[in-house]
Structure formats: structure tokens, C-alpha cells
Design a binder for this molecule. Structure first.
Ligand code: NOJ
Length: 666
């Protein structure tokens, strides 16, 4: 299946004007639409981006400020430019699409200072059909000392305004904020992915790929429609500490003509290194139940108490539920020593990662689970006390390995790591990578909560399954909740970075067993549709298991896969609605999820994604007539219909409603 084409040209003569030195060179995507141009104007490097005849980025700055006001952004000349083209295809160990095309044209521009100390730096630009990316490679230039980056000068001048969906950077709850939609020209400092509907009609998303041993990039609005890279600093103000040389993450600009084009862009993955794990047989996408929602709605406690969730007997009960419901993974939180009612306060809380809580026996529970064909998912809550976790991580992971556990969820609750460093600074970036690599040594997959943003790590380490990194379902349990539009914004923003452990599937949408007045603000059918819309290789069935028993809608949750051959977005408007279809990786079946915001709507969906000439049974789970998130939200109408690729379906979505469909090939 693999085809690779590599062509290489070395440019010696660049365009140059008579009076002043101007060098211009362009890389154009294979389909000819996206172009990234490099220019050297008066010794200063500049880049710009176009899509067809539309400008995406006007000439924008590149460069750095190092310690002692030393900078590198001017006084440069081009040494040489190498152009290459790569056309490749690779297979995901698991994913939303099995085979990924990696086809781009690259420019590598080598620059050198015209005066002493004659430092060099390389810039790589890649033009893909789904966007452009660039990065800096700084070789060290003979320096034996450390080099501190105080600022990255990269800017993104959009030229024209547009609407952005954003969450603020530098906040105590990391990524867990509701998205705001407002003009680019009014932004403050925001996280990426930052998605924009430009006034010129394009959909553009800014992010980064292959974030290794560097600070995360946020985007700060400067003037007009210009955004500037703003690297998350260490507590001492330094942005990045290097030992002389460094390679930045790729700065990525995904470009689409429709909102759905951003979702089916795999550029971020393509910019990461290939899989480094030789044996991946222990990595399994799955669905899981959890001793979890009960804690969030107040039915159970995380800590030892008369309503302690993680007891041996309750775990046995949940394993029995797994068996009854046909779900083979179970997450158990609060199983270890250290949980107290104040566990989430930022106080260098001390958790043990090896000692059982009272009334809980990990050995007995994992033995009983194994006898019943259920795998336990481990849980490490660090409370952002990274000093404590680093001391115990090997022992904690070894224990899971010894008990046959292959998956661990790892939490980093807290506004700063070790009460000092931002999660998104270089300290945190290095920490998460180290944990991921350590987990791989113990054959453990990882689900980070309170993570840093995803930049495509799963390609290199496919044990990186999912992460939180946004307001998930839990906010519906103990806050004012997520509004109906939240899940029609996530696919175009947070989820462009990678899979999210949103934890859908609360069918008791009015949360009858929980705190009074809490609600998930969707219909039950929308909860089903989220399994197709919000991609993750691990999907929690978040509700209390007793709410699934005897519920006919649960059949969809039993059927829906977590590993896909292909993904398509049939229709979408950011913040309003989306219809996604995915083909199962292990059968000929397709699945559809369609969801809407607080407005009810009717969508006509052609079924031309189905295989031509084949007949499918469409198993539909729809909002019952008159159902919406405020009225009769749990009523799901289940029906079947024979369809082919020539048919269309009319989907009637209630307010904050949805439709989920399995197309079973006959
Ligand atoms: C926050 C996480 O998002 C949630 O899933 C977990 O249950 C709690 N922290 C406890 O660690």
C-alpha cells in the first residue's frame, strides 16, 4: 500500500531585484491550491500563504529573541533552498481513518547572518492539500552553552477579519472553558487550535504539530488582524531552555473551503514522526463503563466514606454490569490511598499509586474482572504534584502491569504543576511525553485528563489514546453545564488536535439520581450521536449502568465501533450542526451521527457514501416527535429501513437533539 516519491531540487539562483536584496520562493500543494511563499526582505525572513486567489496570511514575520536581548530576525542572507516532494501513505494502528495520505511539497531555506557571529538557521515550509506548516531548525552554531528563548517572533497576519471560536490562554482551569465566537481583531491571548471563518469565506485553523521539549504556542492578538506566537513561559519567565540547538514544533495552518474539511485533514498527524512502538498488539480501542459518573453526580465519593465508590463489592457489581451489558472495560477511580474531600485543592496533595484504599482490593478486583472477561482501567490522579508522581510512577505502572492492566487514565488536576509551572510550558510538555514513554514500557495506554493540547503524539506513540483538554461531560454533573452548542463547536476546535475523552452516553439526561437541577442539556438521541461525531478510540459509556439496563437505545452503544476505516463530514456549520459518517474498520457497516445546537432542524442527507449496489438496513435512533432538550428529552424513536446509496434520509433533530444510525450491510 505504500508509495513514496521523493524529488529534490536545489535552487541556486533566486529571484533578485537590482537595488535591494529580495529573494522569493514558493511551495505549492500537490493540488495547486495552497501556496506558502518565503521572502527575504532587507535581510528579514517573511512568509505568506494563499489558497487559490485568496490570501490566507499576508507577509508575516519570523524570528527569535534570545537571552540578553540577543535576537535573530534580520541581517540574514539565503545560503541555499532545497525543494522536495513527498507522496506517501501510511497506516494508523487505530484511528478515524485507516490509511493516511502524506503528500506535500517542501522548501528548506538555509539562512546565515551576514555579519559575525554568522549564525545559521533553517526554515522548513510544507504545502499540503489541506494546509501549510513551517518550523525552525536552529543547529547550535558551535555554542557549548545553553540557549534561552525569550520570545518567538512568528506572526500570522490574516489581512482580513473573520469570526474566531476561541478559549482564553493562561487560565487556572487550563483548556476547560466554553468557546466564545468573536472577531479576530478583538481577540486577547488564546489557545490553539484556533479556528476561524474568514471574511473571504475560508475556514482556517491555527495549531502546532510535533510539540517536543518546547513551550506550547498560544496566540496573542497584536494589532488589526495580526496574531503573534506567544510561548507559554517557565515560572522564571524564560520561554524555552535549550542546550544550544533546537527544533521548533510545526506551526500549522489548516485551510478548508467547508468547515468539515478541517475535520478530515490529517496534516497534524503527517507532521509527526512514525510509530516508534514495535509491538502494538496490547493497544486496543474500546468502550468502557466506569465507577466515575456516580462520583461526579454525588451518588458516590472518591474518598473512603459510607458512599465510597471504589469498594471491592461495588467493583464486583460493576464487573457484573459490564458482563450483562457486553462492555469489556471498566474504569475504577478512587481505588488508592490519598483521596480526601479536599483532594482537588492545589496543595501538593499526596496520592499513593500502589496502596489500596480501605474496603478495596485491587488484586481481588482484577482477578474477578479477568474471570469475567473484563479489563480494568487504572487511574492515577497526580493532583499536579509531579514530584510525588515521578517518585512513584514506575512502581504504580509496574503494579498495573503485574495485574494485567493495559490502560491508565492519568489526571493532573491543579492550576500549576508543582504549584509553580503552567501545564502548557516546556516543563509540562516534557512531563507528559516522559509519562507517555514510561507507560509504553509497561504496556499501558494513556488517557490524560487535565492534559496539554494534543499535537499528534498518537502517531509516534499509539499508546496515546485520548485526552480531555476541554469541558467534557463532567461539567454537566456539577456546574451550570455545557450549553447545547458546545458539542457542535468541539469538532471544529479542540478535536482538530486529536481524540477527546468527552465521556458521552448519559441517557438519563435529567440526571435523576444526582444533584438537583443538573442536566446534560441534550436529548438522549444526541448522546448516542456523539459517539460518531466526537472521535475517540476509547469511548466511555458514562451513565450509571443501571440506566442502560433494559433501555432499547443502549443497543446503539453496544454496536457502535471505536476504530474506523474512513470518516466523512456530510454537512456542518460551526456552532450550529454537524453530520458525520464513519465506516467501521472491522465490518462493512457505516455509522452516522448528526447533532444540532439549541435550534431544532431538519437535514436532508444523501446516502451516496454507502457502497454502490449494496443494500443496508438503516437502524435509526432519533428524537421522538416533539422531543427537545427541555421537553421529553429521553424519548428516542427506534426504527429500521432498507436503503441503498441512491437514497436520502430526512433527519428531524429536536432542540439540542440528534440522530444516530447504524447502516448494517445486508
Ligand atoms: C477531573 C477529571 O476530568 C475527571 O474525569 C476525574 O474523575 C476527576 N478529575 C478526579 O480525578
Amino acid at each position: 500500500m505504500k508509495k513514496t516519491l521523493l524529488s529534490l531540487f536545489v535552487f541556486v539562483g533566486l529571484v533578485s531585484c537590482q537595488q535591494e536584496e529580495v529573494n522569493t520562493v514558493t511551495a505549492t500543494s500537490p493540488d495547486g491550491l495552497n501556496a506558502v511563499t518565503f521572502e527575504l526582505i532587507d535581510g528579514k525572513p517573511v512568509y505568506s500563504v494563499t489558497h487559490g486567489d485568496k490570501s490566507v496570511i499576508k507577509p508575516s514575520a519570523l524570528g527569535f529573541v534570545f537571552q540578553d536581548h540577543d535576537s535573530l530576525y534580520s541581517g540574514l542572507e539565503v545560503e541555499d533552498i532545497v525543494e522536495t516532494e513527498v507522496d506517501d501513505e501510511w497506516e494508523q494502528v487505530w484511528g478515524e481513518k485507516q490509511f493516511i495520505t502524506d503528500h506535500y511539497k517542501q522548501l528548506e531555506v538555509a539562512l546565515k547572518e551576514k555579519k559575525a557571529p554568522y549564525r545559521t538557521v533553517k526554515l522548513q515550509f510544507r504545502a499540503f492539500n489541506d494546509g501549510v506548516a513551517f518550523r525552525y531548525l536552529y543547529p547550535g552554531n558551535g555554542s557549548k552553552d545553553s540557549l534561552k528563548i525569550m520570545d518567538e517572533l512568528t506572526t500570522f497576519d490574516l489581512g482580513s477579519d473573520g469570526q474566531a471560536w476561541w478559549i482564553p490562554a493562561y487560565q487556572d482551569n487550563r483548556y476547560e472553558y466554553l468557546f466564545t465566537k468573536s472577531a479576530i481583531s478583538t481577540l486577547d491571548t488564546v489557545h490553539t487550535p484556533l479556528t476561524i471563518e474568514s471574511d473571504n469565506g475560508l475556514y482556517v485553523s491555527f495549531h502546532e504539530a510535533r510539540l517536543i521539549d518546547f513551550a506550547s504556542m498560544t496566540l496573542a492578538h497584536t494589532t488589526g488582524t495580526t496574531l503573534k506566537a506567544d510561548l507559554v513561559p517557565w515560572a522564571d519567565g524564560v520561554k524555552v531552555k535549550t542546550n544550544g540547538s533546537f527544533t521548533t514544533p510545526w506551526r500549522t495552518i489548516q485551510i478548508g473551503e467547508k468547515p468539515g474539511d478541517l475535520i478530515t485533514s490529517y496534516m497534524i498527524l503527517n507532521l509527526n514522526d512514525p510509530n516508534e512502538l514495535e509491538d502494538t498488539s496490547w493497544i486496543k480501542p474500546h468502550k468502557y463503563l466506569g465507577i466515575w459518573w456516580g462520583m461526579h453526580i454525588g451518588k458516590y465519593s472518591f474518598w473512603e466514606s459510607p458512599i465510597q465508590g471504589a469498594t471491592t463489592s461495588n467493583s464486583f457489581k460493576y464487573i457484573d454490569y459490564c458482563k450483562e451489558l457486553g462492555i469489556d472495560h471498566l474504569l475504577i477511580e478512587g481505588w488508592n490511598k490519598g483521596w480526601t474531600p479536599q483532594w482537588y485543592e492545589n496543595h501538593m496533595h499526596m496520592f499513593s499509586f500502589t496502596e489500596n484504599a480501605d474496603n478495596f482490593d485491587l488484586k481481588k478486583v482484577t482477578d474477578y474482572a479477568r474471570e469475567n472477561g473484563v479489563s480494568i482501567i487504572g487511574y492515577h490522579e497526580t493532583g499536579s504534584n509531579i514530584i510525588n508522581y515521578r517518585k512513584q510512577i514506575n512502581a504504580g505502572m509496574q503494579l498495573y502491569h503485574d495485574y494485567g492492566i493495559h490502560d491508565v487514565k492519568i489526571g493532573q488536576v491543579g492550576s500549576r504543576m508543582n504549584m509553580k509551572e503552567w501545564h502548557h510550558g516546556q516543563f509540562g510538555v516534557a512531563y507528559y511525553r516522559e509519562v507517555l514513554k514510561t507507560a509504553a514500557q509497561y504496556q499501558l495506554t494513556v488517557n490524560f485528563h487535565e492534559p496539554i493540547k494534543d499535537t499528534g503524539e498518537r502517531r509516534t506513540f499509539p499508546n496515546m489514546m485520548a485526552r480531555e483538554g476541554a469541558r467534557g461531560q463532567e461539567y454537566n454533573a456539577w456546574s451550570e453545564g455545557n450549553p447545547p452548542s458546545h458539542t457542535v463547536i468541539l469538532p471544529f476546535t479542540r478535536m482538530l488536535a486529536g481524540p477527546m475523552d468527552f465521556t458521552p452516553g448519559v441517557l438519563d439526561v435529567e440526571i435523576k439520581q444526582g444533584y438537583a437541577g443538573r442536566d446534560v442539556h441534550t436529548t438522549a438521541a444526541k448522546q448516542l450521536a456523539l459517539y460518531v461525531v466526537l472521535y475517540s478510540p476509547i469511548q466511555m459509556l458514562a451513565d450509571l449502568p443501571e440506566n442502560y439496563v433494559g433501555n432499547p437505545a443502549f443497543k446503539f452503544l453496544q454496536d457502535v465501533p471505536t476504530d474506523w476505516y474512513d470518516t466523512k463530514v456530510l454537512n456542518a456549520e460551526i456552532g450550529a450542526y454537524i453530520t458525520t459518517v464513519r465506516k467501521d474498520r472491522h465490518s462493512e457497516d457505516w455509522y452516522l451521527g448528526s447533532i444540532t445546537n439549541e435550534q431544532e432542524r431538519t437535514l436532508e442527507v444523501p446516502l451516496d457514501f454507502l457502497e454502490e449496489g449494496s443494500v443496508y438496513e438503516a437502524q435509526l435512533y432519533a428524537d421522538a416527535a416533539g422531543t427537545g432538550y427541555e421537553t421529553n428529552p429521553t424519548a428516542v424513536t427506534i426504527s429500521t429501513k432498507e436503503v441503498t446509496s441512491k437514497d436520502s434520509l430526512t433527519l428531524n433533530l429536536g432542540k439540542s437533539g440528534g440522530t444516530a444510525i447504524r447502516f448494517a450491510k445486508k
